[in-house]
Design a protein around this ligand. Structure first.
Ligand SMILES: Nc1ncnc2c1ncn2[C@@H]1O[C@H](COP(=O)(O)OP(=O)(O)OP(=O)(O)O)[C@@H](O)[C@H]1O
Ligand SMILES: [Mg+2]
Length: 252
């Protein structure tokens, strides 16, 4: 049984069908990619999964339970964490305090007397690799590092599934590779990762399975090898300009 199962999800914004009959599954302990051109519906699907967007149709099952009617907050408490395409950190707090706050919230939620938020925050600072900027307020950090703080904050609640919306944007090549290794390591501890990412090379390297959205519909799903060889996927990427043309270089 998959940890996350999305069934038949549809979302309309006025006359626009942002998502149509989308289904996907994510197993515990795996990194799964969700890719597609700009406007394909990736962030909208994340909003549906995390409970920020009520779909017009379809269901979200998490750990064998229908969570479709639960609030975002209730889903988070079940172990569903996310990061945002537009950063959502406490900008005036340091990197360390952003993570500490999340660890303290988890301690309260879980009524976990054994929890030691300050120690956990230090562990996460090392895990995501932000020790050198731990005392810096997040609003003075470059975007890439601020994204790692947001990832650290998501991990501090000890999620079972993390939804990451373009975590590598703003990171240089080495930092992206480090991030990729971190995601694989996380999966090794049993956490499931659903990754929205325009860096197709990163997606191909770290994902066990990939789902491709195009105009709100599931265009393809499969292993990185299957996706790379899929003509419809290449055509969808070819339709969206120069940046996508570069991505196709990776795909072909
Ligand atoms: N709140 C909203 N109201 C109206 N339309 C919306 C809303 N949110 C998203 N859309 C539209 O729904 C479609 C899907 O948007 P979404 O942000 O999910 O795409 P995306 O795949 O995340 O794109 P990107 O790669 O650019 O982040 C787009 O056409 C977008 O303009
Ligand atoms: Mg998006």
């Amino acid at each position: 049984m998959a940890l996350l199962e999305v069934r038949g999800v549809g979302v309309r914004f006025g006359g626009l069908a942002a998502l149509t009959d989308v289904g996907l599954t994510v197993e515990a302990g795996t990194v799964v990619g969700l890719i597609g051109p700009n406007g394909a519906g990736k962030t909208t699907l994340f909003n549906v999964i995390s409970g920020l967007q009520q779909p017009n149709s379809g269901r979200v099952l998490f750990d064998d339970r229908d969570v479709s009617q639960l609030s975002a907050h209730q889903r988070a408490r079940l172990g569903l964490a996310r990061t945002f395409q537009r950063l959502e950190t406490f900008a005036s707090l340091s990197a360390r305090d952003n993570i500490l706050v999340a660890a303290e919230i988890r301690k309260r939620w879980a009524k976990d007397r054994q929890a030691d938020p300050p120690r956990e925050a230090e562990e996460i600072i090392d895990l995501v690799g932000i020790r050198s900027v731990a005392d810096t307020p997040v609003d003075s950090l470059p975007t890439g590092l601020a994204r790692l703080v947001e990832l650290g904050r998501a991990l501090a609640v000890r999620p079972r599934l993390v939804l990451l919306d373009e975590p590598s944007s703003g990171l240089d090549e080495t930092e992206s590779e480090d991030l990729g290794r971190l995601l694989v390591r996380l999966a090794g501890t049993g956490v499931a990762v659903l990754l929205v990412e325009h860096d197709v090379e990163l997606v191909m390297q770290v994902c066990e399975r990939i789902f491709v959205l195009d105009f709100g519909k599931l265009l393809a799903s499969g292993t990185p090898g299957e996706i790379q060889g899929n003509a419809a996927v290449q055509a969808a990427y070819l339709g969206v300009g120069e940046e996508a043309g570069e991505e196709i270089g990776v795909l072909s």
